[in-house]
Design a protein around this ligand. Sequence first.
Ligand SMILES: Nc1ncnc2c1ncn2[C@@H]1O[C@H](COP(=O)(O)OP(=O)(O)O)[C@@H](O)[C@H]1O
Ligand SMILES: [Mg+2]
Length: 248
Amino acid sequence: MKTTVVAVINQKGGTGKTTTTINLGSSLSKLGKKVLLVDLDPQSNLSYSLDVASPDATLAEALLGTKSIADIIVEKDGLYIAPGSNELVDVEISLVSQPEREKFLKSLLSQLKGFDYVLIDCPPSLSVLTLNALTAAQEVLIPLQMEVLTLQGLDQIMNTVNKVKKAFNPKLKIKGIVVVMFDIRRKLSQEVLEYLRENVKEKIFDSQIRLNVKLAEAPSFGRSILDYDSSSNGAKDYKALAEEFLKA
Ligand SMILES: Nc1ncnc2c1ncn2[C@@H]1O[C@H](COP(=O)(O)OP(=O)(O)O)[C@@H](O)[C@H]1O
Ligand SMILES: [Mg+2]
């Protein structure tokens, strides 16, 4: 079975990376796919949002080589999660001085079998951790808010992806851009989206993720939106995205 590894990136914080990783992952798993979520952000919002934060067996230990990747994976509501922790900051520091420092995550993931999709929730920076995600991945997914500075941000992401492609991962592909926190009533959002459609050659998913307060609430209950409120607009939007994602 072929595993597709997808890095969810955007170098800005608060742009819907973690929300998209969790809820796209959960939607894919409800569609029958076996999905692993990797929490690569030292802030470990993903692990807290799914209530699987654990101090002693996290991705940090696996990357440092003191635990195997299989030992740190936990299951929750049918989803598999490699929890992160603040120790990833130490990992980052220790990796910087190592040879082939960009390949550690790739080598860990290659030990796993049976997953259809691995979604990596990246930190909001171009750190050595993000470099590891982009080296391990076959595909990149970019959650994007429709703001004026979105376009400049997108340019920077494309530059980063192109550099990693050249240096470490020639087959890396942009799977597409996901419009998140979309406010249909706001004229600016519509205008930015139109501009993107006309000027960006990458795929922009038709399924947009609307602003929905339930998506912001779900983490306090340790659940994905599908398990927290399956009839919310947030759940509908991520389900539609997952179906489109599988066809893309
Ligand atoms: N579609 C949405 N509607 C409402 N709130 C959202 C939506 N997507 C994300 N949020 C909220 O916005 C904040 C930032 O999202 P998050 O996914 O944590 O971004 P990142 O991981 O890029 O920092 C979080 O509080 C999250 O709950
Ligand atoms: Mg995040």
